[in-house]
Structures are given as C-alpha cells and as structure tokens.
Design a protein around this ligand. Structure first.
Ligand SMILES: NC(=O)c1ccc[n+]([C@@H]2O[C@H](COP(=O)([O-])OP(=O)(O)OC[C@H]3O[C@@H](n4cnc5c(N)ncnc54)[C@H](O)[C@@H]3O)[C@@H](O)[C@H]2O)c1
Length: 251
C-alpha cells in the first residue's frame, strides 16, 4: 500500500513548477488527482503523466481568483470522486516593483490570485474535508515570514496565507482537519526563470543567501514537504508554516 492509496487530492497550479511536482508526487504515492490551472495545454501534459502512472486524474481549467469558479471546481470534483482528502493550494504569481509603481490593478491581481483563491477553495472544500478528516497544504513563501524589498504585494499575500492557514488550523483542529502552509525560498521554476527586479534597486537590500547550498532548490524538494504534511505520518502537525529555504530565514 502506498501512503495515499484511496485518497483524492486537489492541486491548483498543477500545470507548472511546484504545483506540477506536487501533483506528480501525490499520484506516485497512490492518490487520485483533481488538477487545476488556467493553462490548459500544460495542465493536459501533467494529466497525461499522471495517467501514465495508472492513477485517476481529472483536469479542470479555471481561474482560481474567481470565487464562483472555485466553488464550481470543488463541486465538479465531488461529482467525479464523491470525496476529497487533500487540498493543495499552489497556484500563484510573483512580481517585484517599486512601491510607487504598483498600480491598483497590480495589487488586485496579486491579492486575487495568491490570496482570494486560497480563501475561496478552503471555504468550498472544508465540508468535504470534515467528512474525510482530510487536510490542506497552502503555498506561502519565505516572503510570508520576512520582509522582502520591492515585493510588498507578494509579501502581503503570502503573510496572509500563513495566518489564514493558522486561523483555519485553530478553527477546525478539534474536528480533525489539519491546515498547514509551506514557505519555500528560491525554487527553480518558470516563475523564477521569468522573475526580474525593476530598475534602480538597491541590491544590498535583496537577500540571496541560502546557506545550505547557495542555490535554489528543485520543485520536487517542495513536493516532498507538501506530501509529508498531507500524509497520515504528520497527523499531529497542524498550523505550521514550514520554511523550505536552505536556511535563508534562520532566526
Ligand atoms: N518558485 C519559487 O521560488 C517560489 C518560492 C516561494 C513560493 N512560491 C509559490 O509557489 C507557487 C507556485 O509557483 P511556481 O514557482 O511553481 O510558479 P509557476 O509559474 O511555475 O506555476 C504557477 C502555476 O499557477 C498557475 N496560475 C497562475 N495564475 C492562475 C490563475 N489565476 N488561475 C489558475 N492557475 C493560475 C500558472 O498557470 C502556473 O501553472 C506560487 O504560489 C508561488 O508564489 C514559489
């Protein structure tokens, strides 16, 4: 028996990077998957890989920032599997700017995709997680634990994801639903490949230090931690915000 046999997991952001790695790890370890993303082509590729492992997979293309679409997605999942054990909220965006250059639209897009989505999906999924005694793993960041220059909206959303996770962990602990967050430092994904700082930044304010290796990690190293938190072996762990950052935010 693999550790997720008989379990159904929903993973957002599963078309790319960390979300894709998480979906594949859960499938490798026996889960059936409901994978979601706004990028249909890449999501289909993740689905094909999961099918190749002999697991059930449903792919659902939607915008996680829209509440009604989130509720529809969870309803579609229940229609197919009739249970939900693990929710992994991984979809997200990044982007650095000087404070003065952040438009209202920039702020709303970042908060809608990185934060609103987590609220909508936790809310829609909770009745089904209560039924299965399941759990949630939310994607935060070291940007949710320490300040990062030129990154105010991103830090705000990830800090909020940390605290939402802790609040829900408290609210539902006695009913057997665990809620945890992971806080990666740098991870080699298309998001970091495309990441640029604006002109005229003070590089002294930007910490790149990852003492363990001096480099970013692979998405599979984040997936290992997500799977650990989602599994029965961490049944006494809830409300943590776990840094996975090569020591970047020690102390
Ligand atoms: N890469 C890093 O260094 C790093 C570090 C800390 C936290 N994170 C977080 O990890 C998560 C995944 O990042 P990644 O590096 O794998 O990036 P990525 O760009 O490779 O993957 C993000 C996925 O989210 C999807 N997505 C974006 N907006 C969406 C929307 N509105 N609706 C549905 N799907 C949407 C994208 O299509 C993409 O497939 C993000 O929440 C990010 O903030 C990343």
């Amino acid at each position: 028996m693999s550790r997720f046999n008989g379990k159904v997991a929903m993973v957002t952001g599963a078309a790319s990077g960390i979300g894709r790695a998480c979906a594949l790890r859960l499938a490798e370890d026996g889960a059936d998957l409901f994978i979601a993303d706004i990028n249909a082509d890449l999501l289909a590729d993740t689905a094909a890989t999961i099918e190749g492992m002999g697991r059930e997979v449903v792919q659902h293309v939607f915008d996680v920032s829209d509440g009604e679409s989130c509720r529809e997605a969870v309803a579609t999942l229940l229609g197919k599997y009739n249970r939900l054990d693990i929710l992994c909220n991984i979809a997200g965006i990044a982007g650095a700017k000087h404070l003065a250059d952040i438009s209202d639209e920039d702020w709303r897009r970042m908060t809608a995709i990185n934060l609103d989505s987590v609220f909508y999906l936790c809310q829609a999924a909770m009745p089904h997680l209560l039924a299965s005694k399941g759990n949630i793993v939310n994607m935060a960041s070291t940007a949710g634990l320490v300040g990062q220059a030129y990154n105010a909206p991103y830090c705000a959303t990830k800090g909020a994801v940390v605290m939402m996770s802790k609040a829900l962990a408290m609210e539902f602990a006695a009913q057997g639903v665990r809620v945890n967050a992971v806080c990666p430092g740098g991870v080699k994904t298309p998001l970091t490949d495309a990441f640029t700082f604006p002109d005229n930044v003070d590089m002294n304010l930007i910490s790149k230090l990852m003492p363990l290796t001096g480099d970013m990690c692979e998405p599979e190293q984040i997936a290992d931690a997500v799977a650990f938190l989602a599994a029965e072996s961490s049944s006494f762990i809830t409300g943590v915000a776990l840094p996975i950052d090569g020591g970047q935010v020690i102390g």
